[in-house]
Write a protein that binds this ligand. Structure first.
Ligand code: AR6
Length: 201
């Protein structure tokens, strides 16, 4: 794994993207609103009814327009089980696709939450590859309404993405689009820890 750069403006302390090479692929951590992303696909942190809601799900549906909900209702009337993923086009968004995945609700950590969260990332990435996507943006799935502790969720997210990218032959860009600097910082700390572990290995 090669770390490309990490910058912080000394004046305003705004954080620049962090980029890391994983195999042939690039993993990026940015602060932003995922609805503005121009990656081939963006991932939505949905609920298992695909019924829309608040948080990133609400923001994506508002920005994409009603055609996306029409597609989910028509193509996936049964919804989407926790840990799985389904795909629609992206309506009025700049991305081509929205991958709707369902993260686990945090119930203390003994109800398979980690496995479900890993599956949500893995199945989303698999679907992206099946649809020919070369770039995908993820929010921090389950860390809002679903209450998954951020320090645990960031480790799970990045390790699952890393494992997936290491198994790919083709290059892909995976961008974690984190809504605030606190979330971004938690993700950065995971990469810092990996870098320390590598240095000390
Ligand atoms: N861009 C990027 N990240 C965002 C955005 C945005 N526009 N808006 C919020 N986030 P959440 P969950 C971050 O609650 O925990 C919904 O009602 C947010 O700060 O959206 O998986 C669904 O319908 C947090 O870090 O998703 C489900 O019922 C992260 O996205 C339920 O919430 C995830 O927070 C899913 O809960």
């Amino acid at each position: 794994m090669k770390f490309l750069y990490r910058k912080q403006c000394g004046r305003c302390e705004r954080k620049s993207p962090v980029k890391t090479l994983v195999g042939n692929s690039v993993l990026e951590l940015v602060v932003g609103d995922i609805t503005n992303e121009e990656t081939d696909a963006i991932v939505n942190a949905a609920n298992s009814q695909l019924a829309g809601g608040g948080g990133v799900d609400g923001a994506i549906h508002r920005a994409a327009g009603p055609s996306v909900m029409e597609q989910t209702s028509q193509k996936y009337p049964e919804g989407c089980p926790t840990g799985e993923a389904v795909i629609t086009d992206a309506g009025q968004l700049k991305a081509k696709y929205i991958i709707h995945t369902v993260g686990p609700i945090w119930r203390g950590g003994r109800e398979g939450e980690e496995d479900y969260l890993r599956a949500a990332y893995r199945n989303s990435l698999q679907l992206a590859v099946e649809y020919g996507c070369k770039s995908v943006s993820f929010p921090a799935i389950s860390t809002g309404v679903y209450g998954y502790p951020l320090d645990l969720a960031s480790e799970v997210a990045l390790s699952e993405i890393r494992q997936f990218l290491l198994g790919l032959n083709d290059a892909m860009l995976v961008r974690c689009v984190l809504f605030n600097e606190g979330t971004w910082g938690a993700y950065c700390r995971v990469l810092e820890q990996w870098r320390c572990d590598e240095t000390n290995a």
